[in-house]
Structures are given as C-alpha cells and as structure tokens.
Design a protein around this ligand. Structure first.
Ligand SMILES: *Cc1c(COP(=O)(O)O)cnc(C)c1O
Length: 384
C-alpha cells in the first residue's frame, strides 16, 4: 500500500470511515437543560448567576483564588498582560510555535513579541534555551531586564501549553525569577492538564484559558483569567468591565477599559460542559491509546506522548513525522482531506507571518523543524 493510503487506513481504523472534523464540541442533554434554564431566566447578557457559578467552579477545579470569565481567550491574554504591567514599547517573550492570538495580545498592549525557541519534548518554550538566549542579548539594569540590542525592557514571558501538553513551567518560572520577568501562562488549550499534580494555568503570575468552540470545553466563545494575586485579579476584572467604578446608578470610569465580560448565556453552557471535563479527558486519553496502537508500525512518524510528570488533556492528538519523511506531509494531508478527514499541520510559525516578520527573535531551529513535521489527527472527545 502506498504511504498516504496506509496513513488514511490507520486513522480510519480508529475513527471510522465517515467524513470527520479535526475537533467538534461535545454537546449533550445537560447543556440543553442548563442553557434553557438561562434563557428562561431572561438574564442572557452581562448580568446573571451563571457567570459567577462558572468562575467559582473553575476556581475550585484549578485551585486558584480568583477567576475572571471573559469573552474570549484572546481578551483574557490581553487583559492579563496589561494587569502584570506590560506597557507600550516593552518586549514580551513568546513562542513562535503558537496560535497567532498569543502574539496579537502582546501587540494590543503596544508591546513587541520577542520569539524564542521550543523544546521538542514539550513543544513549548525551552527554559534552558530561554536562559541562554537572555544571557546573550539581555542585561539586568535598575529598570529591570533590558534587550541590549533594542534598548527595550523585557518584562514578561508567555509560555503556551501546545495541544494541551504541559510545558516545563517549573524551569520557566525559575528563569523568570532570575530575570525578573512576569509570567502570563497561555493555557488556552490546556484546561484540565496538570504538571506534577498542579493544574496548567496556575503556575504563572496569571494564567489564561479559552472556551472557544474548538477547545476541550466550550462556552461558544469565551475565556478566563486565573490568578492568586489580589492586585492582578482586581485590575483584570476592572479592565475587562470598562473600568467602571461600581455604583448603583452612576457611570464613572477611571481608565480606558474593555467590554470583555463573559455573557451569562455563554457561562451557562460552560457550567454544563465543565461538569463533564474529566469524562472528556478520559475519552481523549482512550483516543490516544487507540492511535498509539493504530500507528505502532507506521513507517513515517510517531504519535506524540505527554512529557514526564504531566497529565495532558490531549486536546489535539499529534503525529510527528520522522525527518526523512517530513517531505511527505502535504501529500498525507491532501489524501486525508480527499477521504473526508479534516487534518491540519502546525500553525505557520508566527515569526514567518506578515505582521511579525520584523519582530525580534532568537534562532528558532526547533520551531521550524516541528512546523515541518506536525499533523494533528481527529480529536473530538466523543470518538472512542
Ligand atoms: C485558542 C487559543 C487562544 C485564543 O483563544 P480564543 O478564545 O479563540 O480567543 C490563544 N492562545 C492559544 C494557544 C489558543 O489555542
């Protein structure tokens, strides 16, 4: 059998032969009930009990003091960066192997994303590489860490948990401490993932989740900001609710804030979805086992498995092609699409996209290697 038909057969052995999406929401009876109750209450917008309930459930689940539910993961990143003190002209260290929202949120602050390379074992920022890179380009000054080439402050780092797999947060936190960087943890894909028993999104000064329709748990569209820090919590809530000073009737605003609050109807959907998170993760871990078996003797690549010490939510299942087969990627994608299997490669690395071609960057050999080799497989949580 030729390699691309072999590839399609292995996927179909797991997911069947119908047309299949990369990832679809898993919506059942419970979601219908809770959203209907919300609609019946008449409180569908920015006031209503489901938002508070959703925030409390998330806080209890992740073990953090404060959760602020907002309208998207991108909005959550934007406000989190502002809340840790990112200012126009600052540089923020981000992976290039990520969804563009990670870099865009930095740009919304008037700040500059500065790309750094990843560790192929986690697909996220490599702390050793990060430290070496800072040693070679940065200086500690009384104003904080400064990029010696641009003269800009380097104030924060945004590690991202690729496809739900925990990045080495302990390593990144110690580098951040050494260089006096704030950490905004982009856990948009990693709800429920853990590293050494601790939830992703709770390692940094602040963490961010997404509940977009393609994520493991959805609110239609939505996001959340997680933190244990009183000031960050206060500031992020203030900025995401138009910086309005709470008052029964008066409209007084002390800053230029944003209309980022999560609507109640979205939170209602989130409450019902969150009840099923553990079952969804269990389903994704069963799917991993099925793919591991189906691809055991596959000649062109291997299924990615979570790093040591991690419990990944396996949001998206990943095949990594071997170097000698990476040139076959587009063939495999093309034949799979023709068979109705909607696979995708890694995002184009952000440093290669038009808006970010001139942004500061370390060498990115591992990012570029990964970008040639990743294929995400169908990953919905109802498949097996
Ligand atoms: C989905 C995602 C976001 C943005 O979330 P939205 O809710 O779609 O705005 C940010 N970062 C990463 C890595 C994501 O996957």
């Amino acid at each position: 059998m030729n390699p691309s038909s072999d590839f399609v057969c292995r996927i179909q052995a797991v997911v069947g032969e119908e047309v299949i999406a990369l990832h679809e929401p898993n919506i059942g009876q419970r979601e219908q009930e809770v959203v209907s109750a919300c609609l019946a209450s008449g409180f569908v917008s920015s006031v209503g009990a489901f938002v508070g309930t959703f925030e409390e459930s998330l806080a209890r689940l992740a073990g953090v003091r404060y959760v602020n539910a907002v309208s998207s993961g991108t909005a959550a990143l934007h406000v989190a960066l502002l809340a840790v003190g990112v200012k126009p002209g600052d540089e923020v260290l981000v992976p290039s192997a990520t969804f563009i929202a990670t870099a865009n949120a930095v740009s919304y602050c008037g700040a500059i994303p500065h790309f750094v390379d990843i560790d192929p074992r986690t697909m996220g920022i490599d702390p050793h590489f990060l430290d070496n890179w800072l040693e070679s380009i940065a200086a500690r000054t009384s104003a904080g860490t400064v990029n010696r080439h641009s003269g800009n402050r380097i104030v924060a780092c945004v590690p991202m948990h690729t496809f739900g797999h925990p990045v080495d947060m302990e390593g990144i936190c110690s580098v951040a401490q050494k260089w006096d960087l704030r950490i905004v943890e982009d856990a948009a894909e990693a709800l429920g993932s853990m590293l050494n028993g601790r939830y992703c999104g709770t390692f940094g000064d602040v963490g961010v989740l997404s509940f977009n329709g393609n994520k493991i748990v959805t609110t239609g569209g939505g996001g959340a900001i997680l933190t244990n820090d009183d000031e960050i919590a206060k500031q992020s809530r203030h900025l995401s609710t138009t910086a309005k000073i709470p008052h029964s009737w008066d409209f007084d605003h002390d800053d230029i804030g944003f209309n980022y609050r999560m609507p109640n109807v979205n939170a209602a959907l989130g409450c019902a979805q969150l009840e099923q998170l553990e079952e969804m993760i269990a389903s994704k871990r069963r799917l991993l086992k099925a793919y591991l078996e189906a691809f055991e003797s596959f000649k062109s690549g291997r299924i990615f498995v979570e790093p040591l010490g991690a419990r990944s939510n396996y949001w998206l299942q990943t095949l990594i092609l071997f170097e000698e087969h990476e040139h076959t990627r587009d063939d495999l994608l093309g034949v799979a699409h023709a068979a109705g299997i909607k696979l995708r490669p890694l995002w184009k690395p952000i440093h290669s996209l038009l808006p970010y071609r001139n942004a500061p960057s370390s060498p990115l050999p591992e990012t570029e290697r990964l970008a040639r080799r990743v294929i995400n497989l169908p990953s919905s949580s109802f498949l097996v």
